[in-house]
Ligand binder design. Structure first.
Ligand SMILES: Cc1cc2nc3c(=O)[nH]c(=O)nc-3n(C[C@H](O)[C@H](O)[C@H](O)COP(=O)(O)OP(=O)(O)OC[C@H]3O[C@@H](n4cnc5c(N)ncnc54)[C@H](O)[C@@H]3O)c2cc1C
Length: 381
């Protein structure tokens, strides 16, 4: 095999890169029996591809690096590329672009376009070494060599879909710094004081969550293991340890409570079951609003700023992404090439760039792949 580039991984970023490179230029290697497995299950099976509201504030990582990469292949560029290939993403939830019917619509395009490269499946990369100008990629089956290697092996989340730490191991071997990794876009487990949440499993309600300086709006879903749902997943991106504050009644006018004849359980704009669980927890009787004392009102107002420390997260098994990764100040933003070893590149989630929910992570995977592909094409010709 006479490939010029070895790409580690055949996920979102690797497939876009393969699609953008000249034919017979690269060889992709992936542990999974199928390429792009995560794309299939993403966005509830419809893949949230990108977002109309795109800027660096939706990402965690080095702002200048992220902004420059996104500006080289914007959400508009991605949408136009998809439309040219016959996919017309649909706008949902105000600003999020999804596949019209199924994630396989996006995957099929990526697979068709990357067919011009060789893809080795069921093959695990074990390590990468360099001798002279040549990289040697050792797998569980053989050793391949090429003058360029792209690490597009993603992060640690969803190990059942092939995730591994190989990208970080390769980066470290070549002298890169790895920013501390953690599961992100994931639910929180709770401590004893919040065990009563579990009785609400399956119920969801609109909230605003504050983690440090960050504010995350959307639904919270009570789950068997703790709390989940879009607002919680976004909050997990910023949480390290310590407390979060949940406003269970965003915009609620408290002065109405003691003027109302309604029972407390019907008075608040959230599911009755949730109000009842909190009343029980606070030891407050369910009675008409106008009959409660100012002391009880004060106790209830905790619902607007319910503060507690989650016990932890649901872990990498459930996390949509991995926060942290290869430090971007050691990667050339114009090329995605390693600042430590010529011919070595990084794209996608393996880098220390993590987006919120809403299509930001695929956009990052595709934009960084575009920058890398442009470099490799330029150097070829
Ligand atoms: C359930 C779920 C839903 C999601 N939904 C969305 C969404 O709707 N919108 C969005 O923007 N993002 C979503 N994401 C996040 C998104 O899927 C990732 O951010 C994106 O896939 C990252 O692309 P990547 O190419 O960098 O890594 P990946 O897509 O993870 O690809 C990396 C590939 O490398 C392979 N690999 C790893 N180690 C090795 C090894 N040692 N040898 C060979 N191959 C290896 C893996 O098998 C994998 O195929 C979701 C993630 C999950 C888990």
């Amino acid at each position: 095999m006479d490939q010029k580039v070895i790409i580690i991984g055949a996920g979102a970023s690797a497939l876009m890169l393969a699609a953008l490179l000249p034919p017979k230029h690269a060889i992709l290697i992936d542990t999974n029996p199928k390429a792009g497995e995560k794309i299939c299950i993403s966005g509830g099976g419809k893949c949230n591809i990108t977002n109309a509201n795109m800027d660096t504030s939706y990402y965690l990582g080095e702002e200048r690096f992220i902004g420059e990469v996104l500006s080289r292949f914007t959400q508009q560029d991605l949408l136009q590329w998809l439309i040219r290939h016959g996919l017309h993403p649909v706008l949902r939830k105000e600003s999020q672009y999804f596949c019209p019917r199924s994630s396989s619509e996006l995957l099929d395009i990526l697979l068709k376009e990357s067919r011009k490269q060789k893809i080795l499946l069921n093959e695990q990369v074990l390590d990468v070494r360099k001798r002279g100008e040549m990289f040697y990629v050792k797998t569980n089956r053989r050793t391949l060599n090429a003058p360029k290697v792209v690490v597009a092996s993603g992060g640690l989340s969803f190990p059942r879909l092939g995730a591994s730490g190989i990208g970080y191991e390769i980066a470290e071997h070549f002298g890169h710094t790895i920013r501390k990794t953690a599961p992100a876009l994931v639910g929180f487990t709770v401590q004893k004081e919040q065990f009563f949440f579990k009785s609400l499993s399956g119920v969801s309600t609109e909230v605003v969550i504050t983690v440090g300086e960050e504010v995350c709006r959307g639904s919270l879903l009570f789950a068997h293991k703790g709390i989940s749902g879009p607002a919680v997943l976004d909050a997990s991106l910023y949480w390290e340890r310590g407390k979060i504050t949940i406003d269970f009644l965003p915009g609620f006018e408290w002065k109405r409570v003691r003027q109302s004849k309604k029972q407390l359980s019907s008075l608040f704009p959230m599911p009755k079951r949730v109000t009842k669980a909190f009343l029980l927890q606070f030891g407050i009787e369910d009675r008409p609003g106008h009959t409660i004392s100012s002391e009880i009102l004060h106790k209830l107002q905790i619902l607007s700023s319910y503060t507690f420390a989650p016990a932890g997260t649901f872990g990498y098994g459930k996390a949509e992404v991995t926060r942290g990764g290869v430090a971007t100040n050691e990667v050339d933003v114009q090329t995605m090439e390693s600042g430590k070893s010529r011919g070595l590149y990084f794209t996608g989630e393996v880098l220390d760039v993590t987006g919120r929910l809403g299509g930001y992570n695929f956009q990052w995977a595709f934009s960084s792949a575009y920058v890398c592909a442009a470099t490799i094409r330029r150097e070829k010709g």
